[in-house]
Design a protein around this ligand. Sequence first.
Ligand code: PEP
Length: 253
Amino acid sequence: MRTNLLVANWKMYKTPAQSAEFVEAFLPLISNKNDEIVICPPAVCIPTMVDATRTSSVFVGAQNLHWEKEGAFTGEVSAQMIVAAGCTHVIIGHSERRQYFGETDSTVNKRLEAALEAGLTPVVCIGEVLEEREAGLTEDVLRRQCAVAFRGISGAKAAKLTIAYEPVWAIGTGRTATPKMAADAHAVIRAEVAKAMGDELARKLRMLYGGSVKPENIASLMAEPEIDGALVGGASLDPKSFAAIVNYGAARG
Ligand code: PEP
């Protein structure tokens, strides 16, 4: 049985004061007691968020990490640093990092190894761009991304691995993959994980969908057995909207 996971990616939005205000409004709205809820704020907000969520069931994650423990890497933070700050989760290889900051499948692999080593729950983002989908290359792209990202990582070490399938054409665009499209991609990814790290890990692996998730479409996505949660950008910035997303099962009881 996989525990569902709902992750907010705040990207480069909110100051520490604004993140504290969000938490104050958001916590009383949560009625979902079954799933894991994580907020990944900008790095400067992490201490405020850890403090503000301390007595709640909400976890705090980082949006990135560097694979070295420390060193002359201006602007970077290491796995050890984000753990010491109170983070339990970390997003790795988001498409915006790939598009604007030169992230590659190889650097994803290094960051993933560092995150697992530090005991973090990594949320590794993979997904195709529009041209690749239209050219019928989605499966090839997902296989290539998985093969490089998981190179040398053993199933024994990867128990906490989580993957977010985020078709790049659906991020911040208002276009969402259908639950069936997401489930098909998840099946390809699960098969690759089985190949790289064994069947048992693949069975237990949590896979999230990301790309224009909103209160209006979360229930139909979560109804798909292959989808174990969501990575939410824009719609996670407002406490009411993110609460409506995490409470997707309220009608279910
Ligand atoms: C994201 O940031 O990973 C994302 C999916 O953004 P949005 O929900 O805004 O499409």
